[in-house]
Design a protein around this ligand. Structure first.
Ligand SMILES: NC(=O)c1ccc[n+]([C@@H]2O[C@H](COP(=O)([O-])OP(=O)(O)OC[C@H]3O[C@@H](n4cnc5c(N)ncnc54)[C@H](O)[C@@H]3O)[C@@H](O)[C@H]2O)c1
Length: 405
């Protein structure tokens, strides 16, 4: 007889899918990861998490082969009760969402779907897409049900946040909503039920709100710098013992695989009239340009070797997707004599160690504020540190940046 699973996590080799699959397997569910990336599946099957995700690997090793399995065969979809879909949902070069990957995927798995399936969309989707997918699937497979349960974790802290955050559950069928609610209740205490459209917007609002927050800090940083002032002195003063200043983010590169994309998805869904979102994008994406402009006022970069420390999109991460450090590098390649890079967590044979980068550079930029750079000897060389990782600015020393998602 066929093997049966409770859950198939499609795209389960990815940053969102794998921690979720491991968490469900750890909660006693029979879980199969289905992914098209064979290299990633091999890595997972050898008990290794292919990216940095705190606390995930020890649990992966515990559940592997007992309650967690991995497969590149679509058959695993047919063998499961719930099908959780977590494949990527990018925006194109014109900042519009792309549906191609999702349609191709849905068409491809159709022969493996049946009327008892509950399909749970967990990818971040364009508003209204859950309903379109539900209609499409039900037309072809009467009885099948679709839910949308957005992922809201902070990448790198999924194992902790899957159980600490309330889970939004949405769908069109009360029985499916209840079943999916019970499923997620295995991971977390609080289940919040919304309609699919509400849930889709809740997810996009969450990331856009965060992106705009970072943009405010970045814009204020640029304003203070243009006045020739140390932004962090003003920042330290304004947040000190001031309750309304709580949650005021610090400046830094706001990037990564979600914030920019989700803000643009929200804008595309509102006739590109999400002016705050677009402004946030211009500010955040303009920060590398601004840093170079200000640096050039004091240093002639054209003859200099410039080092970038930290290429991932945020601190203590190995994820380089949409990292602004790469944009910084691209701009510096035009402006500087030579550019060299380093990262504590990103594997790239062209990168040097932090020490070698400092030694060979005339000036340095902190791209991603990995904590280790706090203890690097910069040999008295100038360091452009928008994050204030080194604590050289402001009224107080210290670094409390929570990072960006
Ligand atoms: N990364 C985050 O922190 C985060 C947080 C919340 C939501 N999301 C959303 O989750 C979704 C996935 O993001 P991610 O960061 O996990 O992406 P990812 O690229 O890390 O993972 C996607 C996985 O899907 C697999 N895949 C692609 N096409 C497939 C197919 N047709 N069949 C089977 N597997 C396929 C890929 O091989 C990959 O392993 C996106 O919609 C994203 O917006 C991401």
């Amino acid at each position: 007889m066929d093997r049966q699973f409770d859950i198939c996590v499609v795209g389960g080799g990815g940053h969102v899918g794998l921690p979720l699959a491991v968490s469900f397997a750890n909660a006693g569910q029979q879980v199969v990861i289905y992914d098209i990336n064979h290299a990633v599946l091999d890595t997972i099957q050898s008990g290794i998490v292919p990216f940095m995700e705190a606390g995930c690997e020890p649990i992966l090793r515990e559940v592997l082969g007992k309650t967690l399995f991995a497969s590149s065969l679509k058959e695993s979809i047919r063998q499961s009760r719930f099908v959780v879909v977590v494949i990527g949902t990018p925006v194109d070069e014109h900042l519009n969402p792309t549906f191609g990957q999702m349609w191709t995927f849905l068409n491809g798995i159709q022969p493996y779907l049946h009327q008892d399936h509950i399909v749970i969309l967990r990818s971040t989707v364009f508003p209204g897409l859950t309903e379109k997918i539900d209609t499409l699937l039900r037309r072809r497979i009467p009885g099948i049900r679709t839910c949308f349960c957005p992922e809201r974790i902070l990448e790198g802290r999924a194992m902790e946040e899957l159980s600490s955050l309330p889970q939004i559950v949405s769908g069109f069928d009360p029985d499916a909503i209840e079943k999916v609610g019970r499923l997620f209740a295995l991971l977390t205490k609080e289940i919040v039920v919304l309609s699919p459209l509400e849930a889709e917007l809740a997810k996009l609002f969450t990331n856009s709100w965060r992106y705009i927050h970072f943009a405010i800090a970045n814009q204020f940083y640029m304003i203070a710098e243009e006045f020739g002032l140390d932004f962090y002195r003003i920042y330290d003063a304004l947040i000190r013992d001031y309750p309304r200043g709580r949650g005021f983010p610090r400046p830094g590169f706001a990037a990564g695989p979600c914030l920019f994309k989700d803000t643009m998805q929200l804008s595309a869904s509102s006739e590109h009239r999400f002016f705050l979102g677009h402004s946030a994008m211009l500010v955040n994406e303009g920060l590398p340009d601004f840093l170079i402009k200000v640096t050039k006022r004091q240093h002639d970069l054209s003859e200099m070797t410039v080092g970038i420390l930290g290429m991932s999109f945020k601190a203590e991460s190995d994820d380089t997707r949409e990292s602004l450090s790469y944009k910084l590098r691209k701009l510096l390649v035009i402006e500087a004599g030579h550019v060299i890079c380093s990262d504590e967590h990103v594997r790239d044979p062209t990168f040097l160690s932090a020490e070698e980068t400092v030694l060979k550079s005339d000036i340095l930029f902190i791209g991603a504020p990995h904590i280790r750079y706090k203890t690097v000897d910069f040999m008295g060389k100038p360091v452009i540190d928008v994050w204030n990782l080194l604590g050289k600015h402001g009224l107080t020393l210290g670094f409390e940046n929570e990072g960006v998602k």
